[in-house]
Design a protein around this ligand. Sequence first.
Ligand code: NAD
Ligand code: GDD
Length: 343
Amino acid sequence: MVKKILVAGAGGFIGGHLVARLRERGDCEIRAVDIKPFDQWHQYFDDVESLCLDLRERPCCEKVVVGVDEIYNLAADMGGIGFIEGNKFACMVNVLINTNLLLTANEVGVERFFFSSSACVYRGDLQNSDQTNFALKESDAYPADPEDGYGWEKLFSERMCRHAMEDCGLITRVARFHNSYGSHGTWSGGREKAPAAICRKVAFASISGNHSIEIWGDGTQKRSFMYIDDNIEGMLRIMYSDISEPINLGSAEMVTINEMVSIAEDIAGIKLSRRYRADAPIGVAGRSSDNSMILERLNWEPSTSLYDGLAKTYEWIYDQVLGSVAKNSRIETAYGVSRLYAK
Ligand code: NAD
Ligand code: GDD
């Protein structure tokens, strides 16, 4: 029998790529849902059932879960460090989305449920500047000290998934995504994460001829970045695995932000002067994914190099920046005003 799959947050970056992948696979029916109007979805497909609804509302969840076999919950009011540090309440309200989806999934008898958790669940003390090893393993989430706001909601919702499975029999799968990047995602406006922001700034410098860019912090912060194709592949593998506890889904290739800027410069073929902003949001000093568990359980891990993934992402963002300049818009790249303004 053909499965019906609900993608919650389908207008977003990862949800849009998941719908694209499932559609290509062609062996399931898809229902795509997001709170955003259709013209703001990163990817919209005319041949996919698409709905614009607020999944914090229980009746909306009831409407979309009917007749569904599997659910991917990728819906959240979120963004990069510039968004989550200043919007802790909104991030915590995301708990309503996962809770109402779980309640409804249990009632309707959904087979499988995927929840997109985050590396932000990990203990803060393991990500400070006095650490030498930033590769976080799954057990490092406890004793709990996650990112305030966004991380607490993710940790709580992880546990709701576990208890829905133990108490109600719903098969739940939870992956802790580490910073994911690629085309068809947010690249301006304040919610963008570092890879998209750096690509945008480098592309804008290249197009405008102003060869100076602003970097948040001193550029020594370390992160690992996962290319979207690996993100989607990993999600699907985890969903259909027997892994019933939260598992890392991230790249183990850790770089400093300065190193990522150098890669973007190399891709663009330019050299820029760098202005560092100590007053911008910085987050933790270092964070990467320990992939021992995913290698052991799936014999697989995200493997696209940052250079290759960023080259594809840069190409797409360059076109977006060029398009907005052509549309007579101006892009401010300074912290606090990283928005598109009509001239
Ligand atoms: P995104 O912001 O691009 O997509 C999330 C989508 O959810 C948006 O389109 C948004 O409109 C939608 N949404 C928000 N509130 C909603 C509501 N009440 N009802 C229905 N839809 C709603 O983010 P993304 O990068 O695609 O992330 C997807 C999921 O993965 C999120 O849960 C996020 O927390 C998680 N995650 C992402 C990353 C990353 O690096 N991208 C890292 C860790 C975890
Ligand atoms: N966003 C952004 N924009 N970050 C910048 C910039 C810039 O222009 N310049 C430097 N950075 C630095 C930030 O200061 C931070 O230290 C680092 O790049 C990474 O920033 P983000 O990509 O915005 O977020 P993060 O890695 O701290 O946290 C993200 O990753 C989690 C999963 O690993 C967040 O997006 C979370 O929402 C996500 O769950």
